[in-house]
Design a protein around this ligand. Structure first.
Ligand SMILES: [Zn+2]
Length: 134
């Protein structure tokens, strides 16, 4: 039986064991390092956006609570796709936090900005079930 498989890293055809993926350790290491770098870059990009979101809210909200237009945040490079955690009020409003700075969508493209308060720590909701953790 002839197996025509190639090295995952350099593409050279492989001989030997049927489950072989690389010519040698060098190719294996190179391949795994590349894969790791891609994952690290993805983490880095998300962290950068979270930090950017945080500093945008911080710069617009020096007093603890204020209202702004959604378009203002967007124009400053804010991304609504990323946040670190949520907080839900008794009235069912969800605040999305970037570290200690959060926001909630209200009406007419308006957004309320808040700073993290100690009492919020007591009620952490599961993001997926929206139920309170015990
Ligand atoms: Zn190779």
């Amino acid at each position: 039986m002839i197996m025509a498989s190639n090295c995952f890293e350099c593409g050279k055809s492989l001989t030997g064991r049927i489950d072989k993926k690389f010519c040698d350790d060098q190719c294996r290491h190179q391949y795994n390092n590349k894969k790791k770098r891609i994952h690290e870059a993805a983490i880095l990009n998300i962290n950068q956006q979270l930090r950017k979101n945080r500093s945008i809210i911080k710069s617009l909200n020096p007093v603890g609570k204020t209202t702004v237009r959604r378009s203002l945040l967007k124009n400053m490079g804010f991304s609504f796709d990323f946040f670190t955690h949520t907080y839900r009020t008794d009235k069912g409003m969800t605040y999305y936090f970037n570290y200690e700075y959060g926001y909630a969508l209200i009406e007419d493209e308006k957004i309320i900005l808040v700073t993290y308060q100690e009492y919020m720590n007591k009620e952490i909701y599961d993001l997926f079930t929206q139920r309170k953790f015990d």
